[in-house]
Structure formats: C-alpha cells, structure tokens
Design a protein around this ligand. Structure first.
Ligand SMILES: NC(=O)c1ccc[n+]([C@@H]2O[C@H](COP(=O)([O-])OP(=O)(O)OC[C@H]3O[C@@H](n4cnc5c(N)ncnc54)[C@H](O)[C@@H]3O)[C@@H](O)[C@H]2O)c1
Length: 283
C-alpha cells in the first residue's frame, strides 16, 4: 500500500486529552488533519482541543459506552463530513498486584476499557473508515507479547488488542482500508509516572530488571513514530524501534524468559512482597 497523506483527512483520537493520545492528535493536526479529541473529562478535553487549534472538536465520552461512541462518530461526521482515521488509544493501568490479590472489579475494568473500549471504538468507526479507505489504529503495548507479571489484566487486554488488529487489517484490505497495531515501550506519561514512580508494585518491578529496560521515551517521540506509521500504513509500529526484534523473536524468547522468571528467587520475593502489601492494605 502506498503513502497516506493526512492533509484534509479527519481523525478521531480516544484518550486524546493528554499523554500519547494528545501528542498524536496534535501531530496529525499539524499534518493538516481535522481532529476530534475524545476523553472522559469534558473540560480537560475542551482545553486539549483548544490548545491544538482550529479544525478540532472536543467530545466527552467513555469508550466503554457503545451508545456514546456511536454518537461520537456521528458528531464527527456531522462536523467534518466523515471520518478517515480512528486511533483507539484510551487506556488505563491497574495498580500492580498478583492476579489472586487484585480486586476482581479492577481486573475487569482494565479489560473493559483496554479491550472492550477499543472494540467499541472500532465498531463505531468501521463503517466510515472502510467506506473512506481509511485507517484503524490500535494502541497495544509490549505487554501484548511480553509476560505481564503483576499486570495480568493489562497484558490480557493488550494481547487482545493485537489479536483484534491483525485480522482487521486483512479484512479491511479488500476495501482499500487498513489497520495498524502500535507497541510502545515505556513512555513518560501520567500512566507510567503513576505506575512506576508512585506505586509500590512499580518500584518492586524496577528492582527485578536492568535499568535500561525502564528507559522512557517522550510522548512526542511515541506520537511521531505512530504518525509516521499512519503515513506509511504500516501494519506494526514500535517505539523505541528496537522492540521490533523482541517481537520478531518472541516465539523463542518468551518461553526462555517465562521459565527464568518462574525460577528466579528475586521474582518469588517480589510476588510474595506484593501479596503481603495487599494483605496489609486490607487489614
Ligand atoms: N505510557 C506508556 O509507557 C505506554 C506504553 C505502552 C502502551 N501505552 C498505551 O498508550 C495509551 C495511552 O496511554 P498514556 O501513557 O498516554 O496514558 P495517560 O494516562 O496519560 O492517557 C490516557 C488517556 O485515556 C483516557 N481514558 C482512560 N479511560 C478512558 C475511557 N474509559 N474513555 C475515554 N478516555 C479514557 C484518560 O482520561 C487519559 O486522558 C494507552 O492505551 C496505554 O495502555 C502506554
């Protein structure tokens, strides 16, 4: 497939009020697209759209609400005449905990937002995107293919996002449309600052792996890689780039790392520590 020109196109970015979503919306707008920013909080969403400039629309909606997502797409079509690119970016991270001790409501909410929210976004946008030979962009993660130790709902959802994006790409091809899955490493956003810097679980995780693994890139860098991927209609986007090799060799690497973690005394101690933290918090 050839290059995709963003000038004159219409894009909808969920979770666009801050972080990677905001930077992606800003950059697509700078390339000439009209952009709808969708997020939970009305005021934050309006402010984000205003900061981006003209040719923007702010929509307050929850991606888990199918009716609200249908209405959001209808609003975009009414305002800009159609919808070409949907970026299903909205996501949340749980507080790090073992599967046994994570509150079940929290486990399910993460899957609800990160997988079903993506599906409901895609479902609402698909008629427009396929008719206009556009693009569906799904934000996965390294957790789509790495071991999601102490973040199991996040990993389950992100693996599901990848599994949704691959068949979608094939199914859209006969209509001249496409789908992309993005895999980001650590991006310095509120989600990561909260998870790694403030939460005990995140601090424990950082003790298990070399510092280099947790090196963060800026949201602007993640967005730049993503927008380049959209302009190339790439099937996959990795940022930092070298994660593409870990993904390419996942079939060999995953069993080796899973087995190492399963036997590692430091991992055992971290799991026990995380369970003890939860028990203390409950008492
Ligand atoms: N930051 C990272 O290191 C990283 C790495 C890989 C993947 N990701 C993914 O990138 C995406 C963006 O993450 P971020 O780091 O910019 O996080 P962030 O917390 O800065 O931004 C997420 C945005 O999504 C919005 N949101 C959450 N739930 C929503 C809902 N139900 N409906 C509508 N909006 C909702 C939030 O209000 C927020 O504005 C997420 O899907 C995340 O899983 C992030």
């Amino acid at each position: 497939m050839g290059a995709y020109e963003l000038g004159g196109k219409v894009a909808l970015v969920t979770g666009g009020a801050r972080g990677i979503g905001y930077e992606t919306a800003r950059l697509m707008h700078a390339r000439g697209a009209s952009v709808a920013v969708l997020d939970l909080d009305g005021q934050a969403t309006r402010e984000a759209a205003e900061r981006i400039g003209e040719r923007t629309l702010a929509i307050a909606a929850d991606v888990t609400d199918q009716g609200a997502m249908q209405a959001a797409v209808a609003e975009v079509v009414e305002r800009f005449g159609g919808l070409d690119v949907v970026v299903a970016n909205a996501g949340i991270a749980p507080e790090g905990a073992t599967t046994r001790t994570m509150p079940p409501e929290e486990w399910e909410r993460v899957v609800e937002v990160n997988l079903l929210g993506v599906w409901r976004t895609v479902r609402a946008a698909l008629p427009q995107v396929s008719e206009r030979r556009g693009q569906v962009v799904l934000i996965g993660s390294l957790a789509s293919f790495l071991n999601g130790l102490m973040l199991s709902p996040y990993a389950a959802a992100k693996a599901g996002v990848e599994a949704l994006g691959r068949p979608l790409r094939v199914e859209l091809a006969p209509f001249g449309a496409s789908a992309t899955v993005a895999y980001f490493g650590w991006v310095d956003t509120e989600m990561v600052r909260d998870g790694l810097d403030r939460q005990q679980g995140g601090k424990r995780m950082q003790e298990l792996l070399p510092k280099a693994f947790f090196k963060r890139i800026k949201p602007e860098e993640a967005a730049a890689a993503l927008v380049r991927g959209i302009e190339e209609r790439a099937p996959r986007v990795f940022a930092p780039k070298w994660w593409r090799y870990a993904s390419a060799f996942r079939g060999l690497l995953n069993p080796v790392f899973d087995r190492r973690m399963e036997r590692d005394a430091k991992v055992h101690a971290a799991v026990r520590g995380a369970e003890a933290d939860k028990a203390t918090a409950r008492s």
